[in-house]
Design a protein around this ligand. Structure first.
Ligand code: PFF
Length: 457
Protein backbone atom coordinates (compact mmCIF):
# COMPACT_ATOMS: atom_id res chain seq x y z
CA UNK A 1 0.00 0.00 0.00
CA UNK A 2 1.33 3.41 -0.85
CA UNK A 3 2.55 5.28 2.22
CA UNK A 4 0.58 8.36 3.14
CA UNK A 5 2.47 11.56 3.77
CA UNK A 6 -0.09 13.99 5.12
CA UNK A 7 0.24 17.77 5.04
CA UNK A 8 3.57 18.03 3.24
CA UNK A 9 4.96 21.47 2.60
CA UNK A 10 5.17 22.93 -0.90
CA UNK A 11 7.76 25.53 -1.96
CA UNK A 12 6.26 29.02 -2.20
CA UNK A 13 6.73 29.11 -5.97
CA UNK A 14 8.80 27.80 -8.84
CA UNK A 15 11.61 30.30 -8.23
CA UNK A 16 11.87 29.25 -4.62
CA UNK A 17 12.47 25.70 -5.79
CA UNK A 18 15.07 26.83 -8.32
CA UNK A 19 16.75 28.86 -5.58
CA UNK A 20 16.95 26.04 -3.03
CA UNK A 21 18.15 23.55 -5.60
CA UNK A 22 20.85 25.93 -6.80
CA UNK A 23 21.66 26.42 -3.11
CA UNK A 24 22.15 22.67 -2.79
CA UNK A 25 24.15 22.39 -5.98
CA UNK A 26 26.46 25.34 -5.43
CA UNK A 27 28.68 24.58 -2.51
CA UNK A 28 32.13 23.58 -1.41
CA UNK A 29 32.11 21.44 -4.53
CA UNK A 30 32.12 24.45 -6.83
CA UNK A 31 34.59 26.51 -4.88
CA UNK A 32 36.86 24.32 -2.81
CA UNK A 33 36.72 21.05 -4.70
CA UNK A 34 36.55 22.41 -8.22
CA UNK A 35 39.59 24.59 -7.71
CA UNK A 36 41.67 21.89 -6.06
CA UNK A 37 40.70 19.14 -8.50
CA UNK A 38 41.43 21.43 -11.41
CA UNK A 39 44.65 22.57 -9.76
CA UNK A 40 45.68 18.99 -9.03
CA UNK A 41 45.15 17.86 -12.61
CA UNK A 42 47.69 20.42 -13.78
CA UNK A 43 48.52 19.80 -17.40
CA UNK A 44 45.13 18.23 -18.01
CA UNK A 45 42.89 20.84 -16.39
CA UNK A 46 41.22 21.50 -19.72
CA UNK A 47 40.41 17.80 -20.00
CA UNK A 48 39.01 17.74 -16.49
CA UNK A 49 36.81 20.74 -17.26
CA UNK A 50 35.65 19.36 -20.61
CA UNK A 51 34.76 16.01 -19.01
CA UNK A 52 32.96 17.86 -16.23
CA UNK A 53 30.96 20.05 -18.63
CA UNK A 54 30.13 17.12 -20.90
CA UNK A 55 28.99 15.04 -17.95
CA UNK A 56 26.84 17.90 -16.63
CA UNK A 57 25.10 18.19 -20.01
CA UNK A 58 24.79 14.52 -20.95
CA UNK A 59 24.50 12.82 -17.58
CA UNK A 60 23.86 15.44 -14.90
CA UNK A 61 20.98 17.34 -16.47
CA UNK A 62 18.95 14.25 -17.48
CA UNK A 63 19.49 12.72 -14.05
CA UNK A 64 18.55 15.92 -12.28
CA UNK A 65 15.20 15.79 -14.06
CA UNK A 66 14.78 12.10 -13.26
CA UNK A 67 15.45 12.60 -9.55
CA UNK A 68 13.01 15.50 -9.28
CA UNK A 69 10.45 13.45 -11.17
CA UNK A 70 10.66 10.61 -8.64
CA UNK A 71 10.47 13.01 -5.69
CA UNK A 72 7.46 14.88 -7.02
CA UNK A 73 5.59 11.78 -8.17
CA UNK A 74 6.36 9.84 -5.00
CA UNK A 75 5.45 12.75 -2.69
CA UNK A 76 7.65 11.71 0.15
CA UNK A 77 11.18 11.38 1.48
CA UNK A 78 13.50 9.42 -0.87
CA UNK A 79 12.59 6.01 0.59
CA UNK A 80 8.86 6.64 0.44
CA UNK A 81 9.10 8.32 -2.97
CA UNK A 82 10.83 5.22 -4.35
CA UNK A 83 8.29 2.93 -2.68
CA UNK A 84 5.30 4.90 -3.92
CA UNK A 85 6.53 5.17 -7.50
CA UNK A 86 7.59 1.51 -7.55
CA UNK A 87 4.15 0.51 -6.39
CA UNK A 88 2.37 2.76 -8.88
CA UNK A 89 4.44 1.30 -11.71
CA UNK A 90 4.17 -2.27 -10.40
CA UNK A 91 7.85 -2.64 -9.73
CA UNK A 92 9.49 -4.45 -6.84
CA UNK A 93 9.66 -2.60 -3.54
CA UNK A 94 13.38 -3.45 -3.54
CA UNK A 95 13.84 -0.27 -5.53
CA UNK A 96 13.39 1.54 -2.24
CA UNK A 97 16.97 0.50 -1.52
CA UNK A 98 17.99 3.32 -3.78
CA UNK A 99 16.27 5.72 -1.40
CA UNK A 100 18.16 4.21 1.52
CA UNK A 101 21.49 4.51 -0.27
CA UNK A 102 20.63 8.16 -0.91
CA UNK A 103 19.69 9.15 2.61
CA UNK A 104 22.62 7.36 4.25
CA UNK A 105 25.06 8.48 1.56
CA UNK A 106 23.98 12.07 2.17
CA UNK A 107 24.71 11.74 5.89
CA UNK A 108 28.09 10.21 5.11
CA UNK A 109 28.99 13.14 2.88
CA UNK A 110 27.68 15.60 5.45
CA UNK A 111 30.08 14.22 8.09
CA UNK A 112 33.20 15.31 6.20
CA UNK A 113 31.53 18.19 4.38
CA UNK A 114 30.90 19.78 7.74
CA UNK A 115 34.54 19.34 8.75
CA UNK A 116 35.77 21.12 5.62
CA UNK A 117 33.15 23.82 6.12
CA UNK A 118 34.55 24.14 9.64
CA UNK A 119 37.96 25.03 8.11
CA UNK A 120 36.23 27.85 6.25
CA UNK A 121 34.53 29.09 9.42
CA UNK A 122 37.92 29.02 11.17
CA UNK A 123 39.54 31.11 8.42
CA UNK A 124 36.57 33.46 8.31
CA UNK A 125 36.86 34.01 12.04
CA UNK A 126 40.59 34.60 11.84
CA UNK A 127 40.23 37.09 8.99
CA UNK A 128 37.48 38.91 10.84
CA UNK A 129 39.17 39.10 14.23
CA UNK A 130 42.81 39.70 13.44
CA UNK A 131 43.40 39.21 9.74
CA UNK A 132 45.43 36.34 8.34
CA UNK A 133 49.01 37.50 7.91
CA UNK A 134 51.03 34.97 5.93
CA UNK A 135 53.57 36.53 3.62
CA UNK A 136 55.47 33.42 2.49
CA UNK A 137 54.27 30.01 1.22
CA UNK A 138 55.99 28.41 4.22
CA UNK A 139 54.01 30.54 6.65
CA UNK A 140 50.77 29.80 4.78
CA UNK A 141 51.42 26.05 4.97
CA UNK A 142 52.45 26.31 8.60
CA UNK A 143 49.23 28.17 9.42
CA UNK A 144 47.14 25.57 7.63
CA UNK A 145 49.00 22.69 9.27
CA UNK A 146 48.62 24.30 12.67
CA UNK A 147 44.86 24.06 12.19
CA UNK A 148 44.93 20.52 10.80
CA UNK A 149 47.04 19.15 13.61
CA UNK A 150 44.88 20.69 16.32
CA UNK A 151 41.95 18.29 16.81
CA UNK A 152 40.10 20.58 19.19
CA UNK A 153 40.18 23.45 16.78
CA UNK A 154 38.83 21.26 13.97
CA UNK A 155 36.14 19.79 16.20
CA UNK A 156 35.11 23.21 17.50
CA UNK A 157 34.39 24.66 14.08
CA UNK A 158 32.85 21.43 12.78
CA UNK A 159 30.49 21.61 15.76
CA UNK A 160 29.60 25.24 15.07
CA UNK A 161 28.83 24.42 11.45
CA UNK A 162 26.68 21.38 12.32
CA UNK A 163 24.68 23.57 14.71
CA UNK A 164 24.11 26.16 11.98
CA UNK A 165 22.90 23.48 9.57
CA UNK A 166 20.68 21.68 12.05
CA UNK A 167 19.09 24.90 13.25
CA UNK A 168 17.91 25.68 9.71
CA UNK A 169 16.53 22.18 9.15
CA UNK A 170 14.76 22.28 12.51
CA UNK A 171 12.84 25.38 11.37
CA UNK A 172 11.16 23.49 8.56
CA UNK A 173 10.98 23.45 4.81
CA UNK A 174 9.61 26.93 4.18
CA UNK A 175 10.61 28.74 7.38
CA UNK A 176 14.05 27.13 7.43
CA UNK A 177 15.38 25.84 4.12
CA UNK A 178 13.60 28.27 1.79
CA UNK A 179 14.12 31.29 4.02
CA UNK A 180 17.84 30.58 4.49
CA UNK A 181 18.37 30.21 0.75
CA UNK A 182 16.46 33.39 -0.02
CA UNK A 183 18.91 35.35 2.07
CA UNK A 184 22.16 33.53 1.41
CA UNK A 185 22.06 32.77 -2.27
CA UNK A 186 21.73 36.34 -3.59
CA UNK A 187 24.46 37.45 -1.18
CA UNK A 188 26.68 34.62 -2.33
CA UNK A 189 26.22 35.62 -5.93
CA UNK A 190 26.92 39.28 -5.21
CA UNK A 191 30.14 38.49 -3.34
CA UNK A 192 31.28 36.13 -6.08
CA UNK A 193 30.79 38.74 -8.80
CA UNK A 194 32.69 41.34 -6.75
CA UNK A 195 35.46 38.85 -6.10
CA UNK A 196 35.77 37.95 -9.76
CA UNK A 197 35.98 41.63 -10.67
CA UNK A 198 38.62 42.03 -8.01
CA UNK A 199 40.41 38.97 -9.43
CA UNK A 200 40.40 40.61 -12.85
CA UNK A 201 41.81 43.86 -11.48
CA UNK A 202 44.30 42.60 -8.89
CA UNK A 203 45.09 39.19 -10.31
CA UNK A 204 45.98 37.62 -13.63
CA UNK A 205 42.72 36.65 -15.33
CA UNK A 206 44.23 35.76 -18.74
CA UNK A 207 46.62 33.30 -17.04
CA UNK A 208 43.68 31.82 -15.11
CA UNK A 209 41.64 31.31 -18.27
CA UNK A 210 44.63 29.86 -20.13
CA UNK A 211 45.19 27.46 -17.26
CA UNK A 212 41.54 26.39 -17.09
CA UNK A 213 40.92 25.96 -20.77
CA UNK A 214 44.25 24.56 -21.88
CA UNK A 215 43.35 21.32 -23.62
CA UNK A 216 46.19 18.82 -23.72
CA UNK A 217 44.62 15.38 -24.06
CA UNK A 218 48.03 13.72 -24.15
CA UNK A 219 48.64 14.93 -20.61
CA UNK A 220 45.77 12.88 -19.22
CA UNK A 221 46.50 11.35 -15.84
CA UNK A 222 44.50 8.50 -14.34
CA UNK A 223 41.71 9.83 -12.22
CA UNK A 224 41.08 12.95 -14.30
CA UNK A 225 38.18 11.47 -16.25
CA UNK A 226 36.47 9.81 -13.32
CA UNK A 227 37.12 12.92 -11.23
CA UNK A 228 35.44 15.01 -13.92
CA UNK A 229 32.38 12.77 -13.86
CA UNK A 230 32.36 12.42 -10.07
CA UNK A 231 32.55 16.17 -9.85
CA UNK A 232 29.56 16.62 -12.16
CA UNK A 233 27.59 14.40 -9.76
CA UNK A 234 28.89 16.09 -6.65
CA UNK A 235 28.39 19.61 -7.87
CA UNK A 236 24.80 18.89 -8.95
CA UNK A 237 24.05 17.03 -5.69
CA UNK A 238 23.02 13.94 -7.63
CA UNK A 239 22.32 10.42 -6.46
CA UNK A 240 22.12 11.22 -2.75
CA UNK A 241 18.43 11.83 -2.23
CA UNK A 242 18.88 15.57 -1.70
CA UNK A 243 17.35 16.57 -5.01
CA UNK A 244 14.68 13.90 -4.67
CA UNK A 245 13.74 15.27 -1.25
CA UNK A 246 13.56 18.84 -2.58
CA UNK A 247 11.59 17.63 -5.60
CA UNK A 248 9.01 16.11 -3.29
CA UNK A 249 7.99 19.60 -2.16
CA UNK A 250 7.49 20.80 -5.73
CA UNK A 251 4.03 21.69 -7.01
CA UNK A 252 2.52 19.84 -9.97
CA UNK A 253 2.51 22.84 -12.34
CA UNK A 254 6.23 23.57 -12.44
CA UNK A 255 7.95 22.41 -15.60
CA UNK A 256 10.77 20.13 -14.48
CA UNK A 257 12.77 20.37 -17.71
CA UNK A 258 12.94 24.17 -17.88
CA UNK A 259 13.68 24.41 -14.19
CA UNK A 260 16.59 21.96 -14.41
CA UNK A 261 18.23 23.85 -17.24
CA UNK A 262 18.38 26.89 -14.97
CA UNK A 263 19.81 24.86 -12.12
CA UNK A 264 22.52 23.19 -14.21
CA UNK A 265 23.49 26.46 -15.90
CA UNK A 266 23.74 28.27 -12.58
CA UNK A 267 25.86 25.47 -11.09
CA UNK A 268 28.31 25.48 -13.97
CA UNK A 269 28.44 29.25 -14.20
CA UNK A 270 29.17 29.73 -10.51
CA UNK A 271 31.76 26.94 -10.59
CA UNK A 272 33.64 28.46 -13.52
CA UNK A 273 33.35 31.96 -12.11
CA UNK A 274 34.82 30.98 -8.78
CA UNK A 275 37.54 28.99 -10.56
CA UNK A 276 38.41 32.08 -12.61
CA UNK A 277 38.46 34.29 -9.50
CA UNK A 278 40.57 31.87 -7.44
CA UNK A 279 43.09 31.10 -10.17
CA UNK A 280 43.49 34.68 -11.27
CA UNK A 281 44.42 35.63 -7.71
CA UNK A 282 46.65 32.55 -7.49
CA UNK A 283 48.57 33.42 -10.65
CA UNK A 284 48.43 37.15 -10.08
CA UNK A 285 50.56 36.63 -6.98
CA UNK A 286 52.88 34.11 -8.59
CA UNK A 287 51.58 31.12 -6.63
CA UNK A 288 51.25 27.46 -7.64
CA UNK A 289 47.75 26.07 -8.21
CA UNK A 290 48.38 22.45 -7.24
CA UNK A 291 48.15 22.65 -3.46
CA UNK A 292 45.53 19.89 -3.08
CA UNK A 293 42.56 20.16 -0.73
CA UNK A 294 44.22 23.05 1.09
CA UNK A 295 44.45 25.17 -2.08
CA UNK A 296 42.07 27.90 -1.12
CA UNK A 297 43.35 27.92 2.44
CA UNK A 298 47.07 28.01 1.66
CA UNK A 299 47.30 29.82 -1.62
CA UNK A 300 44.60 32.44 -1.34
CA UNK A 301 45.61 33.77 2.11
CA UNK A 302 48.99 34.62 0.59
CA UNK A 303 47.27 36.62 -2.10
CA UNK A 304 45.04 38.26 0.52
CA UNK A 305 48.08 39.21 2.59
CA UNK A 306 49.74 40.94 -0.33
CA UNK A 307 46.79 42.65 -1.97
CA UNK A 308 45.47 46.08 -1.04
CA UNK A 309 42.33 45.69 1.07
CA UNK A 310 43.13 41.99 1.35
CA UNK A 311 41.69 41.60 4.83
CA UNK A 312 38.25 42.77 3.77
CA UNK A 313 38.38 40.64 0.63
CA UNK A 314 39.32 37.63 2.80
CA UNK A 315 36.38 38.18 5.14
CA UNK A 316 33.97 38.31 2.22
CA UNK A 317 35.57 35.39 0.44
CA UNK A 318 35.24 33.07 3.42
CA UNK A 319 31.71 34.33 4.06
CA UNK A 320 30.87 33.38 0.48
CA UNK A 321 32.25 29.89 0.96
CA UNK A 322 30.37 29.47 4.23
CA UNK A 323 27.06 30.51 2.63
CA UNK A 324 27.65 28.12 -0.25
CA UNK A 325 28.51 25.26 2.09
CA UNK A 326 25.64 25.97 4.45
CA UNK A 327 22.92 25.89 1.79
CA UNK A 328 24.35 22.61 0.44
CA UNK A 329 24.77 20.98 3.83
CA UNK A 330 21.12 21.56 4.74
CA UNK A 331 20.15 19.59 1.65
CA UNK A 332 22.31 16.71 2.88
CA UNK A 333 20.53 16.58 6.24
CA UNK A 334 16.99 17.02 4.90
CA UNK A 335 16.44 13.55 3.31
CA UNK A 336 17.00 11.60 6.51
CA UNK A 337 15.16 14.10 8.70
CA UNK A 338 12.14 14.04 6.42
CA UNK A 339 12.22 10.24 6.54
CA UNK A 340 12.27 10.28 10.37
CA UNK A 341 9.42 12.77 10.64
CA UNK A 342 7.28 11.05 8.03
CA UNK A 343 7.96 7.50 9.16
CA UNK A 344 7.66 7.94 12.92
CA UNK A 345 5.77 11.21 13.24
CA UNK A 346 8.63 12.66 15.29
CA UNK A 347 8.69 16.44 15.60
CA UNK A 348 11.03 18.05 13.08
CA UNK A 349 13.16 19.76 15.68
CA UNK A 350 13.81 16.52 17.50
CA UNK A 351 14.41 14.57 14.31
CA UNK A 352 16.90 17.18 13.12
CA UNK A 353 19.01 17.14 16.29
CA UNK A 354 18.79 13.36 16.64
CA UNK A 355 20.11 12.93 13.09
CA UNK A 356 22.79 15.54 13.52
CA UNK A 357 24.34 13.80 16.52
CA UNK A 358 25.71 10.64 14.83
CA UNK A 359 26.77 12.69 11.80
CA UNK A 360 28.63 15.04 14.11
CA UNK A 361 30.33 12.04 15.76
CA UNK A 362 31.50 10.63 12.44
CA UNK A 363 32.75 14.14 11.64
CA UNK A 364 34.74 14.12 14.89
CA UNK A 365 36.42 10.91 13.66
CA UNK A 366 37.19 12.71 10.40
CA UNK A 367 38.76 15.59 12.38
CA UNK A 368 40.94 13.07 14.22
CA UNK A 369 41.92 11.34 10.97
CA UNK A 370 44.07 14.38 10.16
CA UNK A 371 46.08 14.19 13.35
CA UNK A 372 45.73 11.72 16.25
CA UNK A 373 44.40 8.91 14.05
CA UNK A 374 46.36 9.71 10.93
CA UNK A 375 48.14 6.35 10.98
CA UNK A 376 44.84 4.50 10.49
CA UNK A 377 44.56 4.32 6.73
CA UNK A 378 42.74 2.17 4.20
CA UNK A 379 44.65 1.77 0.92
CA UNK A 380 46.87 4.64 1.98
CA UNK A 381 43.96 6.97 2.54
CA UNK A 382 42.77 8.51 5.79
CA UNK A 383 39.11 8.41 6.80
CA UNK A 384 38.42 11.75 5.14
CA UNK A 385 39.72 10.58 1.77
CA UNK A 386 38.06 7.19 2.07
CA UNK A 387 34.65 8.80 2.63
CA UNK A 388 35.11 11.35 -0.14
CA UNK A 389 36.42 8.88 -2.72
CA UNK A 390 33.81 6.29 -1.89
CA UNK A 391 30.96 8.79 -2.13
CA UNK A 392 31.98 10.72 -5.23
CA UNK A 393 33.73 8.07 -7.28
CA UNK A 394 31.40 5.15 -6.54
CA UNK A 395 28.21 5.83 -4.64
CA UNK A 396 27.03 8.84 -6.57
CA UNK A 397 27.70 7.51 -10.09
CA UNK A 398 26.33 4.05 -9.25
CA UNK A 399 23.23 5.45 -7.68
CA UNK A 400 22.88 7.72 -10.74
CA UNK A 401 23.15 4.66 -12.96
CA UNK A 402 20.35 2.95 -11.01
CA UNK A 403 18.13 6.05 -11.21
CA UNK A 404 18.62 6.23 -14.98
CA UNK A 405 17.63 2.56 -15.34
CA UNK A 406 14.66 2.99 -13.03
CA UNK A 407 13.17 6.06 -14.71
CA UNK A 408 14.30 5.13 -18.22
CA UNK A 409 13.32 1.47 -18.25
CA UNK A 410 11.11 0.55 -15.30
CA UNK A 411 8.83 3.42 -14.38
CA UNK A 412 6.72 3.31 -17.50
CA UNK A 413 6.28 5.99 -20.12
CA UNK A 414 2.83 7.07 -18.94
CA UNK A 415 4.12 8.27 -15.59
CA UNK A 416 7.23 9.81 -17.09
CA UNK A 417 5.31 11.72 -19.76
CA UNK A 418 2.82 12.91 -17.18
CA UNK A 419 5.59 14.39 -15.03
CA UNK A 420 7.94 15.70 -17.71
CA UNK A 421 5.73 17.87 -19.81
CA UNK A 422 8.03 18.82 -22.66
CA UNK A 423 7.41 19.14 -26.38
CA UNK A 424 7.49 15.69 -27.92
CA UNK A 425 10.83 16.03 -29.67
CA UNK A 426 12.61 17.47 -26.66
CA UNK A 427 11.02 14.80 -24.49
CA UNK A 428 12.22 12.02 -26.78
CA UNK A 429 15.70 13.46 -26.80
CA UNK A 430 15.83 13.60 -23.00
CA UNK A 431 14.27 10.16 -22.57
CA UNK A 432 16.68 8.49 -24.95
CA UNK A 433 19.66 10.20 -23.42
CA UNK A 434 18.48 8.94 -20.02
CA UNK A 435 17.91 5.40 -21.28
CA UNK A 436 21.07 4.98 -23.33
CA UNK A 437 23.64 7.73 -22.96
CA UNK A 438 23.58 7.99 -19.16
CA UNK A 439 24.02 4.27 -18.34
CA UNK A 440 26.53 3.71 -21.14
CA UNK A 441 28.41 6.90 -20.27
CA UNK A 442 28.75 6.02 -16.57
CA UNK A 443 29.83 2.46 -17.38
CA UNK A 444 32.39 3.66 -19.93
CA UNK A 445 33.95 6.09 -17.51
CA UNK A 446 34.36 3.27 -14.99
CA UNK A 447 35.86 0.93 -17.59
CA UNK A 448 38.13 3.63 -18.98
CA UNK A 449 39.43 4.33 -15.52
CA UNK A 450 40.12 0.64 -14.92
CA UNK A 451 41.95 0.22 -18.23
CA UNK A 452 43.95 3.40 -17.76
CA UNK A 453 45.00 2.36 -14.29
CA UNK A 454 46.02 -1.10 -15.54
CA UNK A 455 48.05 0.45 -18.34
CA UNK A 456 49.80 2.96 -16.15
CA UNK A 457 50.22 0.45 -13.33
N1 PFF B 1 26.56 19.99 -4.48
C1 PFF B 1 27.26 20.25 -3.26
C2 PFF B 1 28.56 20.96 -3.58
O1 PFF B 1 28.91 21.11 -4.75
O2 PFF B 1 29.25 21.35 -2.65
C3 PFF B 1 27.53 19.01 -2.46
C4 PFF B 1 26.37 18.08 -2.32
C5 PFF B 1 25.18 18.51 -1.76
C6 PFF B 1 26.51 16.78 -2.76
C7 PFF B 1 24.10 17.63 -1.67
C8 PFF B 1 25.45 15.90 -2.67
C9 PFF B 1 24.27 16.33 -2.13
F1 PFF B 1 23.29 15.48 -2.05
Amino acid sequence: MSQATPSRSIWSNRWAFILVTIGSAVGLGNIWKFSYLAGASEGSVGVFIVVYLTCVALIGLPLLMAEILIGRRGRGNPVVAMLNTAEESENSSWWALLGWVGIFGALMILSYYSVVSGWMVDYFWQSLMKGIQVDTPEKASAAFNAMMTDPWRLIRWHTVFMILVTAVIARGVIGGIEAANRIMLPLLFLILVLLTLWGAVAGDMPAALRFMFNLKPEAIKPGVVIDGMGHAFFSLSLGMGAIMAYGSYLDKQTNIGHTCVWIALAGVFIGLLSGAAIFSLTFGYGLAPAAGPGLILQTLPLAFTHMPGGRVVAVFFFLLVIFAAWTSAISLLEPFVSWLTERYGIRRTRAAWATALPVWLLGVAVCLSFNRWSEFTILDRNLFNVLDHFATRFMMPLSGLAIAIYVGWRLGKVIVVDEIRLKQRVFCLWFNVLRFVVPVGITLVFLYELVLREKLG
